[in-house]
Design a protein around this ligand. Structure first.
Ligand code: ASP
Length: 321
């Protein structure tokens, strides 16, 4: 387990906070070109989120807008750019939650939805359900006039080569035995003018996943959760986040122990997750817009934007294969 890196920020004027996944730091720094591309993508997503907030819309609208930008960017493991499952298919998971109403929507294992976060949003708006999976979820998205694409849309050569290499190397069980290294899940938390919080997360899951495996991302309370106390989006080895109901537990710690979001996040990552052997990180924002970003991996991409448009982006030197 790598040494814990802690990045706690207190700032009451932050509007939108996003992450672009956790992973390993490369011995070589990110190339300047790639670093610029990551910074631009994260900046674009933050600006889009703030734009929505400043029109007076709800935080859930900002979360959806920011995540759509990252889903459309091939650099991240979400939407276009997602990693391949062992069956050489792209199978996407996403969830979104509104903190005030506790309304939540999620899709899992979808193969044809260009922007799974919008499908998750439609589950809230146009269905009596919380979570739809597989073919049914793909059909639901089509019925709701979302953009439908075929698998070739998602194909990014580097991602394709990753799965071929893994399978050719007779490493088909790597997912189950090795520390996961290919991350890049995206997530967002935001607060609106009315003090409403929201959270969303979108991912291709873990490279080489098998048998319809679903991670924490679309599981409400595990990878994604928001109430009127806190909004949380997680990234990392999903099985651990599911077992520890990480996103909900952060909110519960703040509520029941009357501790700050930073303390709850630290306890979760430095103690609970690390002691369990899980790797990953998360972003969290409380109802006063205090934020906490923490991870026990070597690196995590994240950024936030204040209401005056000031942007801070952290792009660590991670392996982005
Ligand atoms: N948490 C995601 C999953 O387990 C993967 C990630 O965040 O990188 O599916």
């Amino acid at each position: 387990m790598q040494a814990l890196k802690s990045n706690i920020v207190k700032a009451s004027d932050i509007a939108v906070l996003i992450h672009g996944g956790v992973g390993r730091i490369h011995k070589e720094p990110l190339s300047p070109q790639l670093e610029i591309q990551y910074r631009e993508a994260i900046t674009h997503a933050l600006n889009e989120g703030l734009k929505v907030i400043t029109t007076g819309a709800k935080s859930i609208d900002a979360v959806e807008a920011s995540i759509r930008i990252l889903e459309d960017c091939p650099l991240f493991n979400a939407g276009k750019g997602a990693v391949y499952a062992n069956n050489e298919m792209i199978e996407l998971d996403a969830a979104i939650m509104d903190g005030k109403s506790l309304k939540a929507g999620a899709v899992a294992g979808v193969r044809t939805i260009k922007n799974p976060i919008s499908a998750a949003r439609k589950v809230i708006d146009n269905s009596p359900h919380v979570m739809l999976v597989g073919k049914g979820a793909d059909e639901f998205a089509k019925h709701n006039s979302l953009d439908i694409v075929d698998q070739t849309y998602f194909k990014v050569e580097e991602r394709w080569q990753q799965i071929l290499k893994l399978k050719k190397g007779n490493n088909i069980d790597q997912f189950f035995t090795d520390h996961p290294t290919k991350m890049g899940t995206v997530g967002c938390v935001a607060i609106d003018d009315g003090g409403g919080l929201a959270a969303g997360t979108s991912t291709g899951g873990m490279l080489n996943k098998k048998f319809g495996r679903v991670g924490d991302t679309p599981i409400i309370g595990a990878g994604t959760y928001a109430n009127n106390i806190c909004a949380v989006s997680c990234t990392g080895h999903g099985e651990y986040f599911i077992r520890h109901a990480v996103a909900h537990d952060i909110c519960a710690m703040i509520e029941y122990k009357s501790i700050a979001v930073s303390a709850a996040v630290q306890e979760m990552i430095a103690q609970k997750l690390t002691n369990a052997g899980g790797s990953g990180g998360l972003i969290a924002m409380d109802s006063k817009a205090n934020i906490a970003v923490d991870y026990n991996t070597e690196g995590m991409f994240y950024g936030y934007i204040k209401r005056d448009g000031t942007i801070v982006v952290n792009v660590c030197n991670m392996i982005i294969e």
